[in-house]
Write a protein that binds this ligand. Structure first.
Ligand code: ZN
Length: 333
């Protein structure tokens, strides 16, 4: 059965992508190998078993994908990045290559074109309610946090989409790279190798009359300082961090050189999120409906700190003022 599945797309790269979409895969991995090339899919966070493909098909897939993703097909000796639209798939793909001992591997990330709404992310009603209210804010700093693959980008895009569509805000977003395209948002791909960093982008964006500014990731002290200053001067600023809780987010910002004095004045909210599996209702451990995975998807859960306009973060987490809302994960997730 596995070999049948593997052979379904042959050397047709478009069929490979359509097959990935049909499997609800977030990533397709093509492995060159000493003996036989293989393909694996990441579905709902799980990597499937390897499926063997013919070496001739493998080479056709790799060349086809590299060509259509505007990568240099003449070389397989350096890592490359590319981008392409998935035919009829309502999604696009980022393609990354890596030279290996046996040739060249490709990883294809499938990214939906459609942004999900705040209500479609799977958060509990109280967090969904807070996120909806965040979209009305005019100033302050909101930080989304969580490990890689925790769904931060989807949440960020849902918030931006609501701000643009419902509240008619002018949103400028600095990203590295731009993955999800959001209609109505000015998305600017920063490019540190050429000197276009988050810091230089922020200085430029402040002159362009934004209501809402997105700083893709708080990576260094200068970016953190400029971000906090922008939030203090009457803009709503959203950013992301790699931490695992609300309190660790504050610690991390302090480590990046942001004085607690500033944090207390600008912080509007922190969401620390992760994705949890949705068990398959048709089986216990694997059936055709769930592709044998036992789960049919994932939903977002997490911890949220809401600091309404005029309220202060001072004393948190020792003192939690009556105006602060701190939603912590329930034991059931
Ligand atoms: Zn099942």
């Amino acid at each position: 059965m596995m070999n049948q599945t593997g052979g379904a797309f042959g050397g047709d790269w478009q069929a490979l992508l359509r097959d990935g979409v049909a499997r609800s895969a977030s990533d397709i991995h093509l492995f060159s190998d000493a003996h036989c090339p293989t393909v694996r899919w990441r579905v709902h966070g799980h990597l499937t078993d390897a499926v063997a493909i013919k070496p001739s098909d493998f080479h056709r897939l790799v060349s086809g994908l590299k060509l259509h993703a505007n990568m240099d097909i003449a070389t397989s000796l350096i890592p490359q990045d590319g981008y392409l639209e998935v035919p009829d798939g309502n999604c696009h793909a980022r393609v990354g290559s890596l030279p290996t001992l046996y040739g060249e591997d490709l990883v294809i990330r499938l990214i939906p074109n459609q942004t999900r709404g705040i209500h479609e992310l799977g958060f509990s009603p109280d967090i969904t309610h807070c996120l909806t209210r965040w979209c009305e804010r005019r100033s302050g700093l909101m930080v989304l946090t969580g490990p890689t693959g925790s769904g931060k980008s989807s949440t960020l895009m849902a918030l931006l989409s609501q701000m643009v569509k419902v509240h008619r805000r002018m949103v400028i977003s600095l990203e590295d790279p731009v993955e999800h395209v959001v209609t109505g948002v000015r998305q600017s791909p920063i490019h540190p190798p050429t000197g276009y960093t988050y810091a230089t982008g922020l200085r430029a964006v402040l002159r362009l009359d934004p209501d809402v500014i997105v700083v893709g990731e708080l990576r260094d002290a200068e970016t953190a300082r400029l971000t906090v200053e922008a939030a203090y001067t009457g803009h709503l600023v959203l950013s992301t961090l790699h931490t695992d809780s609300v309190t660790h987010t504050l610690t991390r910002l302090t480590q990046l050189g942001v004085a607690s004095y500033w944090l207390e004045r600008v912080m509007a909210g922190i969401l620390s999120q992760q994705l949890v599996p949705i068990p398959c209702t048709q089986c216990e451990g694997g059936c055709p409906t769930c592709q044998g995975l036992g789960i049919t998807g994932r939903r977002a859960t997490g911890e949220l700190l809401d600091v309404p306009q005029g309220a202060s973060l001072a004393g948190f987490p020792t003192t939690i003022g009556p105006s602060l809302t701190w939603i912590q994960p329930s034991p059931t997730g």
